[in-house]
Ligand binder design. Structure first.
Ligand SMILES: [Zn+2]
Length: 59
């Protein structure tokens, strides 16, 4: 995996990168990397990752 935002393809090193892991917090489970939280949030919405899990997020 390079240093491109999973969502928009921008170079994350030029921003404030956000890394996402699935399951255990290890690099081998990395699910994505985003140049900012806006890309992260949009990606999650478009992938439907919040389906059935809305109540697991702090309200
Ligand atoms: Zn981005």
């Amino acid at each position: 995996m390079g240093n491109e935002c999973t969502y928009c393809g921008s170079n994350i090193e030029r921003h404030d990168p956000v890394f996402v892991n699935v399951g255990a917090n290890t690099s081998t489970n990395q699910a994505g990397q985003f140049c900012n939280y806006a890309c992260l949030a949009t990606h999650i919405e478009e992938e439907g990752l919040t389906d059935g899990a809305a109540c697991e997020w702090p309200c």
